[in-house]
Design a protein around this ligand. Structure first.
Ligand code: NAD
Length: 417
């Protein structure tokens, strides 16, 4: 029996290798693209509220910057590891190439449990981490953004820390900022809005009707929570939702507004009136038409892929499906819209935010959403076309498109010196 590859970096490299084989990339190009360009490990002290000093470890990895400055989120989680950050940085390179925006891929993270930190501790940790990675960070070099357990306030502290060091405000150093300090309209919803656009397009292609489709979503944070609302607006019935504490299920449909209010009030979805409690493992196997993993990596594996009931999987999270599970879904005729396409709405509006920050000229929400829709639908159809041409699935179609674009830029720039 196949063994699941659980190390996210191994998973990212395995996906890349398959694309490189199909593209017939040279050995030297493979060697360049397989490895991150830069990896920074920082160990830094933070003064806690009780006056003790605790040491924290953080990372910033840039995978490839041949198409433009490095771009990628910052994750705060006890599970952060160098290999996870490497994988996420590599996926960012491909993601930016798929939506054809002029960025390379990066990612950052700090090993910490934000739920155990006071606001003051979180701010001091954030500002010190920002200082440590400022040797890489900059509006022309490396532009971070939010990811798991980081939010607009944390982006504001990073922007302020960088600006204090410079002596003037540098809004374009980070995206996902609050509107009041140069954030972009539509950024908070951008990833989920991208999920909504690709879901609409893939449903059209598969002849599925949103108002006759049921959806289960794992994760109820920025991406999962807003995807629930926007997929509901598309006409879908949301039947299952979950957060880190577990899931809730109602085959007749969950009122998303009520779920949002409940999660705000109680901190968790658990106990949402009118729903049955399910575990996160059970949630992924619930009867539904569309499954949206929107939490973290390695959720759909060889262990549960055969029991997944959905006919369509939209990867709102990064890396939720292992290569073994992917093969099972492929054999079962389940369509998977891959992460590097499905959740690219976030980085696309981050690109708009960066451009607005550099130009000091801000766009309306209507303009943002219209441009996002154009990019997401165009990218979706480019991936479908590539997959059809090469008689492969959407993931490989997306990889073939992205890796070829990055390889072309890398080839044109040549090897220095
Ligand atoms: P978030 O911190 O806002 O939300 C994460 C959600 O997942 C929370 O509801 C949390 O309770 C839940 N969760 C955490 N661990 C879980 C577990 N073990 N089982 C079930 N649920 C769990 O994070 P987010 O920004 O929504 O990011 C979610 C995913 O989307 C990540 O994979 C991230 O890399 C990806 N992503 C985010 C963005 C963005 O713009 N925020 C963009 C692209 C991709």
């Amino acid at each position: 029996m196949a063994i699941d590859v659980l190390n996210p970096y191994d998973m990212a490299v395995a996906q890349f290798d398959e694309a490189a084989n199909r593209l017939g990339l040279s050995q030297s190009m493979r060697a360049i693209l397989r490895k991150p360009k830069r990896e920074l490990i920082v160990n830094f002290p933070v003064r806690m509220d009780n006056s003790d000093v605790e040491m924290f470890t953080g990372y910033r990895v840039q995978h490839n910057i041949n198409r433009g400055p490095a771009k990628g989120g910052i994750r705060f989680s006890p599970e952060v590891s160098l290999d996870e950050v490497r994988a996420l940085a590599m996926w960012m390179t491909w993601k930016c190439a798929i939506v054809d925006i002029p960025f390379g891929g990066a990612k950052g993270g700090v090993i910490c449990d934000t739920h155990k930190l006071s606001r003051g501790e979180l701010e001091r940790l954030t500002r010190r981490y920002a200082t440590e990675i400022s040797i890489l960070m900059g509006p022309d070099s490396d532009i971070p953004a939010p990811d798991m357990n980081t939010n607009p306030q944390i982006m504001a502290w990073i922007m302020d820390t960088y600006s204090m060091h410079k002596g003037y405000s540098v809004p374009a150093v980070i995206t996902g900022k609050p509107l009041a300090i140069g954030g972009s309209k539509g950024r908070l919803e951008a990833t989920a809005r991208g999920v909504q656009f690709v879901t609409r397009e893939v449903m059209r292609n598969l002849g599925m009707q949103p108002d006759k489709s049921s959806v289960v979503i794992q994760g109820f944070g920025n991406v999962g929570g807003i995807s629930a609302r926007l997929l509901n607006e598309l006409g879908c019935k949301i039947v299952g939702l979950s957060d880190i504490q577990g899931g809730v299920y109602n085959p007749n449909g969950i009122d998303v507004q009520q779920a949002t209010r409940h999660a705000k009030e109680h901190g968790v979805l658990k106990g949402l009136p009118g729903t049955d409690a399910v575990t996160n493992a059970e949630l992924l196997e619930l009867p539904c038409d569309v499954l949206v993993p929107a939490a973290l990596e390695n959720q759909l594996t060889a262990r549960n892929a055969a029991r997944v009931k959905a006919r369509l999987i939209i990867e709102a999270a990064n890396g939720p499906t292992t290569p073994d599970a992917d093969r099972i879904f492929n054999d079962r005729g389940i369509t998977v819209v891959p992460d590097i396409l499905a959740n690219a709405g976030g980085v696309t509006v981050s690109y708009f935010e960066w451009v607005q920050g550099l130009q000091r000229f801000f766009w309306s929400e209507h303009e943002i959403n219209e441009q996002l829709e154009a990019i997401m639908t165009r990218s979706f159809h480019a991936v479908v076309q590539k997959a059809d041409e090469q008689a492969t699935n959407l993931r490989m179609g997306a990889y073939l498109l992205a890796v070829a674009r990055v390889a072309e830029a890398t080839e044109l720039r040549g090897v220095y010196p």
